[in-house]
Design a protein around this ligand. Structure first.
Ligand SMILES: Nc1ncnc2c1ncn2[C@@H]1O[C@H](COP(=O)(O)OP(=O)(O)OP(=O)(O)O)[C@@H](O)[C@H]1O
Ligand SMILES: [Mg+2]
Length: 226
């Protein structure tokens, strides 16, 4: 069996509440994410989806347990080529154009784009070419989210962790966008983890993981639809 991309053992996260008491957001999370996995991370607002994505991306240290990246190497070497995060909030660099934002991970990685994944090719493939020379301030929230996802794809990473990437899109645009994202991830063999509130988005992924009262429950695609 090949090593998982990400593995957690007994991961927990607690924050100090305003009264000084510790509040457990996540507890006892054991997960493995393999190459090419396709996972929807679901749960109500405040359940800990973003917190878990930040922990498994190596950006946030859990207060309990251990996270490792067996197939990717040490935490300090994860980004940008191996692991890409698409944040829930606006994350484009304001002084760079859309094209420059998408090109940034390639620049940091110091290598050319894989054919089909150059910034202009991605923009064309996703029907967003007219935004290439725009600055982030000129974009709608939904456009910014899509550009951030194209930026993650540009470097063909082993895994993309995307936090509600369709949260600001109407359902038809979200569905069309997700179809292209899944096809692109499959093309490069990238694993995809998408945190979402949207049952239609979750239903498209091969696995659904639900956070409920700090615990993670896994269901296969078939189970989740029954
Ligand atoms: N830095 C922090 N300090 C204290 N509490 C925090 C911090 N970050 C998150 N929390 C709390 O952790 C809980 C989970 O937050 P998180 O953002 O992970 O939820 P979520 O499932 O992503 O929600 P949403 O669907 O609204 O994005 C919330 O109760 C939140 O208030
Ligand atoms: Mg969130």
């Amino acid at each position: 069996m090949t090593d998982p991309l990400i593995e957690t053992k007994a991961v927990g996260m607690a924050y100090a509440a305003s009264d000084g008491q510790m509040s457990n957001i996540l507890s006892g999370i054991d997960l493995q994410i393999g190459a090419g996995a396709q996972i929807a991370l679901i749960g109500p607002s405040g359940s800990g989806k973003s917190t878990l994505l930040h922990i498994i991306s190596g950006l946030l240290d859990p207060t309990e347990g251990e996270v490792t990246w067996p197939a990717l190497g040490p935490q300090q070497n994860l980004m940008p080529e191996k692991l890409q995060v698409v944040f829930q909030t606006q994350s484009l660099f304001p002084s760079l154009t859309v094209r420059e934002n998408i090109a940034l991970p390639l620049l940091l990685a110091g290598r050319p784009a894989v054919p089909g994944f150059a910034p202009d090719e991605l923009l064309a493939g996703f029907g967003l070419s007219e935004l290439a020379d725009s600055l982030p301030e000129e974009l709608s929230g939904g456009q910014s989210q899509r550009i951030a996802l194209l930026r993650a794809l540009s470097v063909c990473p082993a895994i993309i962790l995307a936090d509600e990437p369709t949260g600001q899109l109407d359902s038809a645009t979200a569905a069309a966008f997700l179809t292209k994202v899944i096809a692109s991830a499959d093309q490069i063999g990238a694993a995809l983890v998408i945190a979402t509130h949207d049952p239609a988005v979750a239903a498209r992924m091969r696995q659904r993981w639900t956070i409920d009262h700090g615990k993670l429950f896994a269901a296969t695609h078939a189970e989740a639809l029954t």
